[in-house]
Design a protein around this ligand. Structure first.
Ligand SMILES: [Zn+2]
Length: 219
């Protein structure tokens, strides 16, 4: 998951947060992170990020989550059960963190990119429904570019090379044997939350935050 947006918001939040640790504490953290004291495999484990309202908004690496907690931007809500031992501190590794200040999240935060289109379509060819690796998939313009189709969320879908070749420059209504599995839509927060659910399904500590507003069964 791309966390660029979060990163920017986290840094902005630093200026407004009212519970910053002292200057010395913050410097220690940054020096230690940069010096690689935190460079352990556990630092890459995914951490669920909640808004101040407990709404899930992102996933980031444990290292990023620790920095947000140490800067006073977020608080640990659930722990991983592992301790981090550094020169001058002992910290429980977070599994879920919550931002201390509410951030307004725009409805569409995802950049239009190949990676995000494949994420939205879950690496599944939208015509024949075969699931492949990202490298084995291409993007198809539903209305071909040669016929005025634009590169938009609504006109780009994940597609296997076979289907892409078969479709060529034709419009869907000209083909009887090909149709879209589902109508392509922008990658909304709802879609991201769905992906968070899939990623977080292994982590029991995430479940209560990911399902709290929905009663639908787990995928
Ligand atoms: Zn296909």
């Amino acid at each position: 998951m791309q966390s660029g947006k979060m990163r920017k918001q986290g840094l902005n939040g630093k200026r407004h947060a009212g519970h910053l640790p002292g200057r010395a504490g913050r410097t220690l953290t940054e020096v230690e992170v940069r010096a690689g004291v935190f460079r352990q495999p556990v630092m890459q484990t995914p951490v669920l990020v909640l808004n101040a309202s407990y709404e899930p908004i992102n996933i980031c690496g444990a290292r990023r989550a620790l920095v947000l907690v140490l800067k006073g931007v977020a608080r640990t809500e659930e722990e991983q059960g592992q301790q981090l031992h550094a020169a001058r501190m002992n910290m429980a590794m977070p599994s879920v963190i919550r931002l201390l200040e509410y951030r307004r999240i725009p409805h569409q935060t995802r950049a239009l990119s190949r990676k995000n289109i494949l994420l939205r379509d879950r690496n599944c060819c939208q015509y024949c429904e075969v699931v492949l690796t990202a490298a084995e998939l291409t993007l198809d313009h539903v209305i071909p570019r040669s016929r005025g189709g634009l590169s938009t969320w609504e006109n780009l879908v994940a597609c296997c090379h076979d289907c892409n070749r078969r479709k060529g420059n034709q419009m869907l209504h000209e083909l009887t044997d090909m149709k879209l599995k589902r109508e392509p839509r922008p990658f909304t927060l709802h879609t991201s939350r769905h992906i968070m659910r899939m990623i977080g399904s292994a982590d029991a500590a995430w479940r209560k935050y990911l399902y709290f507003e929905h009663s639908e069964p787990a995928a």
